[in-house]
Ligand binder design. Structure first.
Ligand SMILES: [Zn+2]
Length: 432
């Protein structure tokens, strides 16, 4: 990508109307544009990040489930059958021209059961787990905080169908473990799972995945002695003492904040019973499958990466999900020799499969060029300048550590590989 062609304007001033630091940085760096309240347009930068997030999610889920795609607009009839049509306050309904009622889905339990009924007939068809990565709509009154809390959002939602409570439980914990691998590879440094209230969803057991973050909307209690953790709802529900761990009675209880980046539920047979889904079991009798559902907020993860780590210059993004891996800044690009050196390096990096953005603008000061690079937040910056070329080097700067190093300047294909090696080493840090 050539920076001068990039349709994602950076802004010098702090944007108005944004409170969270990550939200400000996303607007300032041109990753998002607010279209309406709780509604955002993602620029090419935002889309690139979302695609990288989705690819990591798919990589980990494909071995244990199958991807499908359900409609966003769904028949109200299914929501009436499950009894949820008037129970979910974020449900948006509308009547079509033909007088039929529809729901803009905020979640897909009803829809997946309708589909699974057409596919699952006997015990031989179980277990089956289906997932999708799709837009959802929640008719929230207050939607603030950028991509962390939107009306329209991108979500990964999965649904398992199991023969028994025990099978569901085993599979559920397999997903829980997979989630930790996903969050690690996405670049989150501190996501914990917390047992939570099953709430509106019904069922037996639920966990939330919380990114520990001081700007998060959720309150979390963590006992420093026994490791007990719980969210505010569980605390209020059980009327626990705020200053004492309910498990070991220690007063070493930390109250902290978090952003919920995923949740999983053991739903049991609530939906398969209400929507009358059965299969023929080994004894030839009709039985209701047990269900689990498993969500990851894709757009919320994207927003949370910006809330997680930043400094005065801009966001600090992980190499696994940053929009670009390498950002080449070319100083004195009006010098033809320098510009052509930069272009050669760019071509070789791209050829080696390295996601690179090249800045060869010759009408701005180096300070502006660096400020833009800070906002676009590639973890690796290469600085090409007449001074460096004279010394036979390319300067490499690591965003996370702010350290600077030199690479030899012979621009051979093996020097490109040197950058590939560096990226490989950086990426290894995000493996669980
Ligand atoms: Zn404790």
């Amino acid at each position: 990508m050539l920076l001068e062609k990039l349709c994602a304007k950076r802004h010098k001033e702090d944007p108005k109307g944004a409170e969270l630091p990550g939200h400000k940085l996303m607007l300032k760096g041109g990753f998002i544009h607010q279209t309406g309240q709780g509604l955002y347009t993602l620029s090419y930068l935002g889309v690139k990040m979302r695609q990288k997030i989705e690819a990591i999610v798919r990589k980990h889920l494909n071995p244990i489930m199958q991807e499908v795609n359900m409609p966003l607009i769904t028949p109200a009839k299914l929501w009436e059958e499950s009894g949820r049509i008037d129970k979910i306050d974020v449900l948006a309904k509308f009547e079509s021209k033909s007088g039929v009622d529809f729901v803009i889905a905020p979640t897909h339990e009803e829809i997946i059961v309708d589909y699974a009924k057409s596919q699952i007939e006997s015990y031989k068809d179980l277990p089956t787990t289906l997932y999708q990565i799709q837009t959802k709509y929640r008719d929230e009154k207050r939607a603030r905080g950028g991509l962390v809390r939107t009306r329209e959002l991108m979500m990964k939602d999965a649904y398992s169908f199991n023969k028994s409570k025990e099978d569901l439980n085993t599979y559920y914990f397999k997903v829980l473990e997979t989630y930790h691998k996903i969050y690690k590879e996405l670049g989150f440094n501190n996501v914990i799972d917390i047992e939570s209230d099953t709430g509106d969803m019904g069922g037996y057991l639920a966990h939330e995945f919380m990114l520990i973050n001081e700007n998060g909307a959720d309150t979390i209690y963590i006992c420093k002695d026994c490791g007990y953790k719980a969210n505010k709802e569980i605390y209020e529900l059980n009327k626990y003492d705020e200053n004492k761990c309910p498990k070991c009675q220690s007063e070493n209880l930390e109250k902290t904040r978090g952003i919920e980046v995923g949740n999983i539920f053991q739903l049991g047979d609530k939906y398969t019973t209400s929507l009358n889904m059965t299969y023929t079991n080994e004894s030839g009798e009709k039985s209701n499958p047990y269900m689990g559902c498993y969500g990851i907020g894709i757009s919320r993860c994207l927003g949370s990466l910006f809330e997680q780590s930043y400094d005065d210059c801009g966001p600090i993004l992980p190499i696994t999900t940053a929009p670009f891996e390498v950002h080449i800044t070319t100083l004195s690009a009006n010098n033809k020799k320098i510009k052509s050196q930069a272009e050669q390096i760019y071509e070789r990096l791209e050829k080696a499969g390295i996601d690179t953005i090249l800045d060869t603008r010759d009408d701005i000061r180096p300070g502006e060029m660096f400020a833009d690079a800070d906002l676009i937040a590639a973890p690796i910056r290469l600085i090409i300048s007449p001074k460096n070329i004279e010394k036979g080097i390319i300067e490499i700067k690591y965003r996370t550590t702010q350290t600077v190093d030199n690479l030899p300047h012979e621009i051979k294909i093996n020097k490109t590989n040197k950058v590939a090696e560096i990226i490989k080493t950086l990426k290894a840090e995000y493996t669980y």
